[in-house]
Design a protein around this ligand. Structure first.
Ligand code: NAD
Length: 354
């Protein structure tokens, strides 16, 4: 087998993984030389953020619980002002992609160090990607300044992640890996990580559905999410992420659910062009990557139809238009009519292949 030429770069983030690792947030702040952390969370996770602040004692100078979806710049500006008022030298982001996004947006503007404690499988904590919303428009940047210094994965914190969210968030992670397998700038390391991430989540998600508080399944899911996150942060995403961005940005469909529904359809679409690159995923999911992923998603009770997210059928025309207006990299050529067909099947909740 010949090895195709590639470029590979790893990131300097430190990962502390394991049961009870949340107890080491303070140690990691000390090692970073941080003495004044502001704890971040959504309003829904305010109790957990306050408890963490209590545990950190003097190292925590305040708690900001205003994190919300799509990282609105107005919220970031409030948080930056609060960090200044408190004299914070770091942030500890406790939560999912929304909270991590706020921490990254603060770091971009202030250079404050970040410790992230993820409680979903979104993967943002290990990427250089930041999406922000201003005036109803979401823009995404890639910048090393937003990469968190320390990531603490404690499966214990995910035991209470509701099963429905676990399923959609897990499929969101799997989407990073699936697109990583055919990314134009993939390399042997990202391909290995992508496959291992898919494998881990394929085992973990059904186990979580059967037994939501199973610590082994939760650990395996978080481990898989980490790998999928590294893939997202290392290589270029394509059709799947573009379509989900369009649907979320223009029609306000919820992030993880949109990814969960679209994944089998976008993978099936690209599988027609690069079956060899998706063959490992096809083998994992029973013969075909797209159809197999749809069967898997159905078996764990994932949402299957865009129509169920409140998207109207007539919106599919403009969604297809927007998603194909500007060219972007994808292993299969994209045209408006095939994307409209793909969206129709996803809207109906049909299997991507008969
Ligand atoms: P989220 O962070 O919005 O969380 C959804 C809800 O679940 C919130 O109310 C949150 O407080 C709650 N929650 C989180 N963990 C919980 C737990 N363990 N138990 C109970 N409730 C919990 O959802 P998400 O899907 O993690 O993140 C979505 C956001 O992240 C989107 O804005 C997306 O664009 C962004 N994202 C960014 C990247 C990146 O690399 N920049 C990657 C993935 C996602």
């Amino acid at each position: 087998m010949s090895i195709a030429p590639f470029t590979y770069r790893s990131r300097a983030s430190l990962v502390d993984f394991g049961e009870g690792s949340i107890a080491r947030v303070g140690d990691w702040l000390d090692r970073l030389g941080c003495k004044a952390a502001m704890i971040l969370s959504t309003p829904q996770q305010a109790d957990d953020a306050n408890a963490l602040a209590g545990r950190l004692g003097d190292r925590a100078v305040g708690v900001f619980t205003g994190a919300t979806m799509h990282t609105p710049v107005v919220v970031t500006e409030k948080a930056v002002a609060e960090a200044g008022r408190l004299g914070a030298d770091s942030v500890v982001s406790l939560g999912g992609g929304s909270t991590t996004g706020l921490g990254k947006a603060i770091a971009l503007r202030t250079g404050l160090k970040q410790v992230v404690v993820p409680t979903t499988y979104a993967g943002s904590e290990v990427t250089d990607i930041l999406g922000q919303t201003e005036g109803g428009k979401k823009t995404t940047i890639r910048d090393e300044k937003v990469v968190p210094e320390v990531v603490i994965y404690d499966p214990q914190l995910t035991l209470g992640l509701p099963v429905g969210m676990s399923v959609t968030s897990g499929l969101n992670a799997m989407a990073h890996a699936a697109e990583g397998l055919y990314a134009s700038d993939r390399n042997p390391v990202t391909s290995l990580l992508a496959l291992e991430g898919l494998r881990a989540l394929k085992t973990a998600l059904p186990a979580i559905v059967a037994s939501p508080r199973d610590p082994d399944a939760r650990g395996k899911a978080l481990y898989g999410a980490w790998m999928c996150g590294i893939v997202l942060g290392s290589v270029a995403m394509a059709l799947h992420h573009k379509l989900c961005h369009t649907l979320g940005g223009s029609f306000d469909t919820p992030h993880a659910e949109t990814h969960a529904i679209m994944l089998p359809h976008t993978v099936h679409f690209n599988e027609q062009a690069v079956p060899d690159l998706l063959a490992p995923a096809a083998a994992l999911f029973g013969g075909s990557a797209g159809g197999g992923l749809w069967d898997f998603a159905k078996s764990i009770g994932a949402p299957l139809a865009l129509g169920d997210l409140g998207l109207a059928e007539h919106d599919l025309d403009s969604a297809a238009e927007m998603a194909t207006a500007n060219p972007y990299e994808n292993p299969r050529a994209i045209d408006r009519s095939s994307i409209r067909d793909l969206l129709q099947r996803a809207w109906e909740g049909a299997r991507p292949e008969a």
